[in-house]
Design a protein around this ligand. Structure first.
Ligand SMILES: [Zn+2]
Length: 230
């Protein structure tokens, strides 16, 4: 679609997106040194590209680590890898997201089979849901890296009522910060690849209680991942 500028409007060097996106539309190019909510929105979408055994802070500051994450995102989708988020990068993100801001291959419903309110976990409902949005973008990156193969989610957010056996406080499921997978790709394929996509908690066969699924989670208090599946 061709954007038509109103008479008298000064066009900036950055071309505007071709069309408004149902979730979020960036208004201008972002680069190292940019700050604010637009950067935060970008960081959520590239959180799955921090590099090996690393993670990306969602802090609204476009620093070197965000530059590197944007470069990896661009490379993953065959775009020019300059670390600057402009029209091509934004258009790829628009193509990858649904109107509710979730990545196209994952839904809130499949990430929460306990309730539709996201209440009853270890954090507020809105926090659990926003935690999960970030995790889902990491999962989209993981899925893409595994050859765009479907990932079968057996469990995501779990309210405490939904999961009475989980009386401990360390599980990230009641925070909306974890997901379990069954089926294919194999658990070890998921575990090995997950180390590149910003999860601190990666558990698979060999870890107690994880012989029948793979688990990935976000917990920035930790700096480790599993010792399995090397
Ligand atoms: Zn789990």
């Amino acid at each position: 679609m061709v954007a038509v500028a109103a008479t008298g409007v000064t066009l900036v060097a950055t071309a505007a997106p071709a069309a408004a996106d149902g979730c979020y539309t960036w208004k201008s190019k972002l680069r190292k040194g940019s700050r604010g909510a637009a950067v935060t929105q970008l960081q959520i979408r590239v959180a799955g590209y921090p590099g090996y055994n690393s993670n990306l802070a969602i802090d609204g500051v476009y620093g070197d680590r965000t530059v590197a994450a944007v470069k990896r995102f661009q490379s993953a989708y065959g775009l020019a890898s300059d670390g600057i988020a402009g029209t091509q990068t934004f258009n790829k993100i628009y193509a990858l997201q649904d109107n509710d801001c979730t990545p196209i291959h994952f839904t809130y419903a499949e990430m929460n089979k306990c309730n539709s309110s996201w209440a009853g976990g270890q954090v507020s409902a809105s926090k659990a849901k926003s935690n999960m949005l970030r995790l889902m973008w990491q999962l989209e990156a993981l899925r893409h890296a595994l050859g765009d193969r479907r990932l079968r989610v057996s469990s995501g957010f779990r309210s405490l009522a939904c999961n009475p056996n989980e009386s401990d406080s360390y599980s990230r499921h009641p925070y909306g910060q974890a997901a379990d997978f069954i089926g294919t790709p194999s658990f070890c394929q998921i575990v090995r690849q997950a180390r590149y996509h910003g999860f601190e908690e990666i558990l698979g066969p060999g870890y107690p209680g994880h012989s029948d699924h793979a688990h990935v989670g976000n917990d920035t208090r930790k700096t480790w991942s599993s010792s399995q599946c090397f």
